[in-house]
Design a protein around this ligand. Structure first.
Ligand SMILES: Nc1ncnc2c1ncn2[C@@H]1O[C@H](COP(=O)(O)OP(=O)(O)OP(=O)(O)O)[C@@H](O)[C@H]1O
Length: 717
């Protein structure tokens, strides 16, 4: 008996529903999508305690401590499979809960649509087979007319239109979910990135973790991006599985409907052969060892040279020292080596037979053989042409789907580690953040900050010797301290430790009698204003450059003007083409503003400033905040190094005016300077040498000692 195609239709629907039940645990057509993983429930879900540790283990290469470069593919090893499973189990609920909280109905619709889309190819094959059968019947019975043909064509067109409409609906829905997901994930990433402090970011593993987390976040930009794994490829897995099961089911229905078993075995073997041969031809190598140390190193060098060539920041030095030929030479060497490696990898790892096989158009060759079993079917049974067509299409569809599924699984495997990096990054606790139970709020006295430094030691990560060694000093509230010393003696490092930008390894740092490690850095910073030695030059307006010192007053022209006048920058800004609205050209490292303009029209409007002029803008920014009553410490790291004598005096007069209004001391001041005539103005002076304070006292006391300070002072005046 020929297998009747119409009898398959109810079963196709059944397969879709069964698949839904299989793929979505807790989901059945009687109980549409059970309880979503709500935030409350997820909080209680036991999360792997060490996401970061798991991620780190997956990067280790063999027994040595060397790690894969960020974004490199993890080899498919049993250990990595286990890690991928752990990461997937820990991260998926969090990601899913984010998505679910945004659009529960759209997510449900998206999953359902993906299931239906998976069934569509089989349905398409079925519908075409029915059409062929109808035409065959008409031709055999002699009733064939053009109207008959047009009718069948119209039916097929209607099916295609329905499919296109469904596809459009699914894509629009997916687009909306994806846009929201992108925003949410990017926001989460920004939030965590901004929380991280300098000591945390100085860890090279953390930097790599953030880079992989970035790749994950960027992958959200791809629309089911293959090549770059997108979290929405998880959805693609659903539709591929649904498609695969449907093909298998149609095939088994046809098989048990009369096709002899030897024909089935022959068909499956011939259809699988191209995939098996291409595996033998060398593709398997990319599964096992997709990256190598050497390649990673060479590619890093090539990238570094490319960055040098493209960057404006290094341009003056590149020109002055004629670095062009060296950059080109180094890049060429690295690039050639990389290309050679690629060629060798694709050539040497596979043998002659494999190379020969890889040059044969396998799928095309074997598709001819695939017709053999079908011809056998046609001759040995009373199968209709429609069944013949359906059988053939389903068999081919099955292998195409299986191949796509394997590819997606490979991408998913790599993507899980990127997702693990994203989730691990969100669990990072900034190193300067105190434990919640030990946190103490900053006590504002209104008289300035008392600072006690006892036996403080600090070594930069990876540094061979300590930058600070047993530093001791104490400042009373409202006092002014000048830190002086030779280059590299540790002045800026000490300033950064005092500002709680850097941590310290041992010793004590007390602020108003409280261990600084118990203060929330954010709380502490609200009471501090500073000018760093390497201050930032933002490529934006003067107003924003200054206003960033105290964001709540950023839009107040009056507050910005006052800060500029205090720093002696009023005349400078009035001479600029657009006054405070003049857009300044930073040091070239920040071209973000320019990027917004696209056509480069804004670039020409950026105004350059001299080093001293920039320094006045940075001092204005510090003054924007320094005047606030809650600010109790002002720290200036060589604030006037590029200023002329008049401007320098003006700045120090202003500092005195701000910190001692009406003669009362309200703020503590620390300034680092190489101009010892300026240091005289301070109440106390700390003379630093080789990372430690070698002399401490008033100007007169230190001169009286006749030591290092006295020698330096005599040399400088
Ligand atoms: N990021 C860093 N990583 C490692 N070592 C550093 C880093 N920054 C500074 N150092 C080292 O720490 C020591 C102290 O540097 P620091 O910048 O504090 O000196 P300084 O007294 O401010 O010098 P200068 O007067 O030139 O500004 C130096 O030996 C320097 O090489």
């Amino acid at each position: 008996m020929p297998h009747t195609l119409t009898s398959l239709l109810p079963d196709v629907t059944h397969v879709a529903v069964t698949l839904g039940t299989l793929l979505l645990p807790g989901c059945s057509h009687e109980h549409p999508l059970k309880q979503p993983p709500s935030r409350e429930r997820l909080r209680r879900t036991p999360v792997t305690p060490d996401l970061y540790g798991d991620w780190l283990t997956s990067r280790r290469m063999g027994s040595d401590m060397e790690c894969l470069t960020p974004g490199a593919q993890r080899p498919l090893t049993p250990q990595n499979i286990a890690l991928a499973y752990t990461l997937l189990r820990s991260c998926t609920p969090e990601i899913l809960s984010c998505l679910w909280d945004m659009h529960p109905y759209r997510i449900t619709l998206m999953v359902s649509m993906d299931l239906v889309r998976g069934v569509l190819p089989a349905f398409r094959g079925y519908s075409q087979a029915v059409m062929v059968d109808e035409l065959q019947k008409a031709i055999v019975s002699g009733n064939f007319t053009i109207a008959h043909l047009l009718c069948q064509t119209a039916l097929e067109l209607a099916r295609m239109a329905g499919e296109a409409a469904l596809d459009y609906l699914a894509s629009s829905n997916e687009n909306i979910v994806q846009t929201s997901a992108r925003f949410l994930v990017e926001r989460k990433q920004m939030e965590h990135r901004l929380r991280l402090d300098v000591p945390t970011l100085s860890d090279p593993h953390i930097r790599d973790l953030l880079q992989e987390s970035d790749i994950f976040v960027r992958s959200f930009n791809g629309f089911s991006a293959f090549g770059l794994f997108s979290p929405f490829d998880f959805m693609r897995l659903i539709s591929l599985l649904s498609e695969l099961f449907t093909h298998i089911w149609v095939l088994s229905s046809l098989t048990f409907g009369g096709t002899p078993i030897h024909v089935i075995i022959l068909s499956v073997t011939l259809s699988a052969l191209p995939a098996v041969l291409s595996w033998i031809a060398g593709e398997r190598n990319s599964w096992i060892n997709p990256s190598s140390h050497l390649e990673a190193r060479i590619s890093a060098k090539q990238e570094a040279m490319r960055r040098l060539a493209h960057s404006d920041v290094y341009r003056p030095e590149i020109m002055l020292f004629d670095l062009g030929p060296w950059i080109l030479r180094t890049w060429s060497r690295a690039r050639k080596a990389l290309l050679g490696l690629e060629r060798r990898q694709s050539g040497c790892d596979v043998g002659f037979t494999s190379r020969l096989l890889s040059r044969v158009y396998l799928s095309g060759t074997f598709s001819a053989f695939q017709n053999i079993p079908l011809l056998l079917v046609l001759h040995s049974t009373s199968t209709t042409v429609g069944t013949f067509t359906l059988y053939r299409n389903t068999l081919q569809g099955l292998f195409v789907t299986a191949e796509a599924l394997v590819h997606t699984l490979r991408m998913t495997f790599q993507g899980v580690f990127l997702m693990g990096a994203f989730c691990a990054a969100t669990t990072l606790r900034p190193r300067l953040q105190p434990e919640a139970s030990r946190t103490v709020p900053y006590q504002h006295s209104g008289m300035g900050m008392a600072i006690d430094v006892r036996n403080l030691c600090f070594t930069y990560p990876g540094g061979s010797s300590p930058a600070l060694k047993h530093v001791n000093l104490s400042i009373n509230p409202g006092e002014a301290l000048a830190i002086v010393g030779y280059n590299g003696s540790g002045k800026s490092t000490l300033a950064n430790v005092l500002l709680r930008i850097l941590d310290f390894d041992s010793g004590e740092l007390l602020v108003n009698g409280v261990d600084i490690r118990h203060l929330q850095p954010r709380d502490f910073h609200a009471h501090v204003s500073a000018v760093f030695q390497g201050f930032s030059r933002f490529s934006t307006t003067v107003k924003a450059n200054v206003g960033l010192g105290y964001v709540p007053d950023m839009s107040s022209v009056e507050a910005v003007d006052t800060a500029l006048e205090l720093a002696g920058a009023g005349d400078l800004v009035r001479s600029l083409p657009d006054g405070v609205r003049t857009r300044l050209d930073g040091d070239g490292s920040d071209r973000s503003y320019e990027a917004f303009c696209g056509d480069g029209s804004c670039r020409s409007k950026l105004h350059g400033l001299s080093g001293g002029e920039w320094q006045r803008i940075a001092i204005s920014r510090a003054f924007m905040r320094a005047r606030r009553p809650e600010v109790e410490l002002l720290l200036f790291d060589e604030p006037t190094s590029s200023l002329d004598a008049h401007a320098q005096k003006h700045v120090f007069d202003t500092i005195e005016q701000i910190t001692r209004p009406n003669g009362d001391r309200t703020k503590t001041v620390i300034f680092i300077t190489h101009r010892l005539a300026t240091a005289r103005r301070a109440d106390k002076i700390a003379m630093m040498e080789s990372g430690t304070v070698v002399e401490f006292g008033t100007h007169e006391e230190l001169l009286g000692l006749g030591g290092k300070y006295a020698a330096l002072y005599r040399a400088s005046v």
